[in-house]
Design a binder for this molecule. Structure first.
Ligand code: GLP
Length: 260
């Protein structure tokens, strides 16, 4: 895993945007795996700015989001459908019919999960998967103890994740307890992963993901097995890493073409 430590959130977002730019330049019809939460908001602003400056074109791209709350209609302000519309989709030219998110109102959840997996496959698989990191080490909504080979399915949120996400629902009592999420196995099939983490609240999860054992207790740790995974974090999120200086040294000494 490549670990890139940047000074602050702005530099993390700018760096991550370069991965999307390179991907879309190399393959305009890329399949992008997208994430929600507060962490990617700065990256999405960068992508919007690049699009407005005519440096990015999403017209041939497709996207698949990681997850959605069960029971929330797309128009609910707390849904990830709403989040994506507000923070990215309504500002760029990614065709509506190419935007995919799990349907939180599906009447047959297992069948919907199978068809979500099939849609990813028939789109050609995910080229570039963006990931945030839960404070308990989850990716998507794959909470600790998730099978490391899981597929898209229903999950129950932990009390910690419910509390972390209460800000979006005006209190813990309003946070849905169930979600549909791509599985860890689904995520691992993406050709490339870019993981972002910001702030001291993520420092323990970052250290467990990068330097801990590969374990379902920290689902993100399976990314140590991914052939092409880059973690971009700010100094605060890097603060619990034992080998922080080593990662900085490696990055500083890379050939220019490998840097962001
Ligand atoms: C939710 C999302 C994750 C995200 C995590 C962290 O649980 N399902 O995809 O990575 O929140 O959110 P934040 O970026 O707000 O810390």
């Amino acid at each position: 895993m490549e670990v890139i430590i940047r000074s602050d959130a702005g530099a993390v977002s700018k760096g991550a945007a370069q991965y999307f730019k390179q991907q879309l330049e190399a393959k305009p019809a890329s399949v992008l795996g997208l994430a929600t939460g507060s962490t990617p908001v700065g990256l999405y602003r960068e992508l919007i700015a690049l699009y407005q400056a005519r440096l990015l074109d999403f017209s041939r791209a497709a996207s698949f989001n990681l997850d959605e709350y069960l029971g929330l209609p797309a128009a609910h302000p707390g849904s990830y459908h709403s989040f994506m519309k507000e923070n990215l989709f309504s500002h760029i030219n990614l065709p509506l019919e190419n935007q995919h998110l799990p349907d939180g109102t599906s009447s047959d959840v297992p069948a919907h999960c199978i068809s979500y997996e099939e849609s990813i496959k028939s789109a050609g698989g995910i080229d570039l998967q963006l990931l945030g990191l839960g404070s308990d080490g989850h990716i998507g909504f794959n909470e600790p103890s998730s099978s490391l080979s899981s597929r898209t399915r229903i999950k129950t949120l932990t009390p910690r994740t419910i509390s972390d996400n209460a800000q979006y629902f005006g209190g813990e009592e309003n946070v849905p307890h169930h979600v549909i999420t791509m599985g860890v196995g689904t995520i691992m099939e993406a050709r490339q992963c870019v993981v972002l983490a910001l702030g001291a609240k993520k420092a323990a999860a970052v250290a467990a993901m990068v330097e801990g054992p590969i374990t379902a207790s920290c689902p993100a740790s399976i990314l140590q097995m991914h052939p092409r995974c880059t973690l971009i974090i700010d100094e605060a999120a890097a603060s619990a890493l034992l080998r922080g200086d080593y990662y900085r040294w490696v990055y500083d000494n890379k050939p220019l073409w490998q840097k962001i």
